[in-house]
Write a protein that binds this ligand. Structure first.
Ligand SMILES: *Cc1c(COP(=O)(O)O)cnc(C)c1O
Ligand SMILES: [Zn+2]
Length: 423
């Protein structure tokens, strides 16, 4: 298995290995490549994306499926017996009405899609489940990734459960909890002295040298990326088969945001929801905001940056799908916005105190950007709005540990309690 973009003989894969997926198609020039471990167009080096021959799919068929992402398997590049292979069964996470946060921000109709409750506590379990299926069907011997943390957790856990060898690469300055959350599942966690973009470069080099490695976000990236669509499918189904009017999504590489838009488009085409306008908003932290900067400058030229933010899971300085994020946000009438690390911290506490949801810095970024979009008049507060929480606060405790603490430390007596004057 090689990562170069030559055409692979698809007949070597078992029939139906990729479900209703038909081919990989270049996003730039529409050139088609057989399904396989390819991510770059052989004609123009543009990114490849999975295209399908969708069958007729009904709401009832989907609703009869399992309470995880495989209820949408007909719309994913996975075999029809995907549930039989050991996997983490992610997805179908809670869509919570967020009236308290809505009141606080002045939004009439607000929902939080809480993806922190996935098996390894981030949305990454969705994309990894699809990448794992592709790796298995392609006969990969090693399941690997460069990661800003959550992806490493998800890959290491899914590999353990599937019984496939994992190697995960992270920047060595990553938060300790995210390191432990990977190392507990694999004895091949590799800490690299460099930032994510350095780690990513190293991974691409290894992918080019080694045979039989499936790098989830490199050579099987088209399959990985499709997993993000399930976020959009779920939101629509949980709203009663209806698209929201506005949705706020964090942006690292930009894959998730792009695929949520793709999922809405597919639902419309399949007749599963009514066609209607919706606005997509992207959220970044100012210390790594190349897409937001380009959006505000009204240009397509995204200038790579060296990340400097506590939102490490979003700290991709050279976002592969950044240009498509700009396209989606502009086309739908949304926007891309960024906030400071202090605003990220404040938003983590705000979400916790209003809705009882402890998010990591990525979710703080998204909720904080939602607040800023309201304050700057970029979001319509009368429209139904969904904000995505992509990860769990227990992974980034340091971000708020000096903002929240015990209100008092007292002796174990009633008088000491009343003297502390807490209630
Ligand atoms: C990976 C990640 C994202 C988004 O990643 P994309 O590369 O933009 O798809 C968002 N939130 C968290 C917590 C993540 O780990
Ligand atoms: Zn091309």
């Amino acid at each position: 298995m090689s990562v170069v973009a030559e055409t692979a003989p698809s007949k070597t894969f078992r029939a139906g290995a990729f479900g209703n997926a038909r081919v990989l198609v270049c996003r730039e020039c529409s050139h088609e490549v057989d399904l396989g471990p390819h991510y770059a167009c052989p004609e123009c080096f543009g990114p490849l994306e999975v295209a399908y021959n969708f069958p007729h799919v009904t709401r009832e068929e989907i609703a009869a499926g399992p309470a995880n992402i495989w209820r949408y398997k007909a719309l994913l590049p996975v075999p029809s017996d995907i549930e039989q292979s050991p996997n983490m069964e992610p997805g179908f996470t809670r869509l919570l009405k967020a009236d308290n946060l809505g009141r606080e921000l002045g939004i009439d109709n607000l929902w939080v899609k809480d993806d922190s409750t996935n098996p390894t506590n981030s949305f990454k379990d969705r994309v990894v489940a699809c990448a794992l299926s592709a790796a298995r069907e392609l006969g990969a011997k090693v399941f690997a990734c460069p990661s800003t943390g959550n992806l490493a957790n998800a890959v290491a856990a899914a590999g353990a459960r599937a019984g496939i060898k994992t190697v995960v690469f992270i920047p060595s300055n990553l938060e300790q909890p995210k390191q432990v959350n990977s190392a507990v599942f694999t004895d091949r966690l590799v800490a690299v002295n460099g930032n994510y973009d350095d780690v990513n470069k190293l991974a691409s080099e290894i992918a080019g040298e080694e045979e039989g490695w499936a790098f989830v976000n490199v050579n099987v990236r088209p399959f990985y990326a499709e997993g993000s669509k399930t976020l959009g499918y779920e939101i629509a189904e949980q709203l009663g088969w209806r698209l929201p009017d506005q949705i706020v999504i964090p942006v690292a590489s930009g894959s998730q945001l792009t695929k949520v838009d793709k999922s809405f488009q597919e639902l419309i085409k399949l007749g599963l929801v009514e066609d209607k306008p919706y606005r997509v908003y992207g959220a970044q932290a100012t210390g790594c905001s190349p897409v937001s900067v380009a959006y505000k400058a009204a240009t397509d030229a995204i200038r790579p940056v060296k990340p400097d933010t506590i939102a490490k899971s979003l700290a991709i300085g050279n976002p592969a799908d950044g240009i498509y994020v700009l396209d989606v946000c502009r086309r739908t009438g949304g926007a891309v916005e960024d906030i400071s690390d202090d605003e990220v911290r404040a938003a983590i506490v705000l979400l916790a105190r209003t809705e009882g949801i402890f998010t990591e810095t990525a979710g703080g970024t998204t909720v904080g950007v939602l607040k800023k979009l309201v304050e700057t008049g970029q979001l319509d507060t009368t429209l139904e709005t969904v904000v995505i929480n992509t990860g769990h606060g227990l992974k980034t405790l340091d971000a708020v540990s000096d903002r929240v603490s015990a209100a008092a430390t007292i002796e174990p007596t009633y008088s000491a309690f009343t003297a502390a004057n807490l209630v």
